[in-house]
Write a protein that binds this ligand. Structure first.
Ligand SMILES: [Zn+2]
Length: 297
């Protein structure tokens, strides 16, 4: 046999055996997270020990995403599945029933932290991650799940979780100090994602509309927003970055109000993902925006 042919045969044999070996025993455990904050918290705890992937891709708003059959299939490979819960991922339960293996550790990180909306409806508010104190509780839940799914990594996960929670505690101190002395305490938003955050820092969330984040308001709805905002002498409206900016521009024109960005962190833009922005980075931007809009010293 010619050396070249032998080499080709060897390569074919090698490729065949490689295909048969489904995940190598030393492969990193796969952790699948539902959307951006769950992904960021999980990767902070996992460090280099596990491979963490996000189902909702950059540029997509977590509220509007639906899993594809490929996403469902991916869950079959996961050691741990992390989601927020409290109704944020309405598709999660079906996906878990369909695709999670009996050995897959599933964690809804907001369990025990989410509460009913403060506007008197019985609906539970899922936006737990926007309060840096409650976010520490979500990180704890994720740490527990990773240790359950990969007990050999306990020391690493403990250490990473401790370091990240310290960062979140620092973030909380920064918010508390930065929002202590402000000219206004009303946070006027187009998406009521900030109930936990505003409660934590004695601010008041005022929703100028109860619309789903990505919908385009009708002229009547817009007129209502303008009326409410004028009544309340609103000087700043906070809008979210992943949503069509036209709404904010229209409101600013109508009200002669400032429009600032307040990020519910339900996704990241492609640029933010490329820049490696973490949850604390995005929250610091939120704090700066709040301070500018509320006239804080
Ligand atoms: Zn939301």
């Amino acid at each position: 046999m010619k050396p070249l042919r032998l080499l080709v045969l060897l390569l074919v044999l090698l490729a065949a055996t490689a295909c048969q070996q489904s995940p190598a025993p030393d492969a990193k455990p796969l952790v699948i997270a539902s959307f951006y904050p769950m992904y960021d918290f999980a990767r902070q705890v996992a460090g280099d020990r596990a491979q963490v992937v996000s189902l909702v891709p950059p540029g997509v708003h977590g509220h509007d995403w639906e899993p594809s059959p490929q996403d469902v299939a991916r869950l079959r490979q996961a050691r741990v599945f992390v989601y927020n819960g409290a109704g944020f991922e309405p598709w999660a339960q079906k996906m878990i029933t369909e695709a999670a293996r009996p050995s897959t550790v599933v964690v809804a990180a907001s369990t025990g932290l989410a509460r009913a909306r403060s506007d008197g409806t019985s609906e539970v508010d899922p936006h737990v991650w926007l309060d840096p104190v409650l976010a520490q509780g979500e990180v704890e839940a994720i740490r527990g799940a990773l240790e359950h799914g990969d007990p050999a990594g306990k020391v690493v996960y403990d250490e990473n979780a401790r370091a990240f929670k310290a960062k979140l505690a620092e973030l909380h101190e920064r918010f508390a100090a930065g929002l202590r002395d402000c000219a206004r305490r009303e946070v006027v938003v187009t998406h009521t994602a900030f109930g936990y955050l505003t409660r934590r820092y004695q601010l008041e969330q005022v929703a100028v509309m109860g619309l789903a984040p990505e919908s385009e308001p009708s002229p009547a709805a817009l007129a209502h927003i303008v009326r409410v905002a004028r009544q309340r002498k609103v000087t700043t409206i906070f809008v979210e970055p992943l949503v069509n900016p036209r709404l904010g521009e229209t409101l600013a024109r109508e009200l002669r109000a400032k429009v600032l960005s307040l990020n519910p962190i339900e996704g990241v833009t492609a640029q933010e993902a490329a820049a490696g922005k973490s949850y604390p980075d995005l929250m610091v931007q939120n704090l700066e925006s709040l301070r500018a809009g509320l006239g804080c010293k």
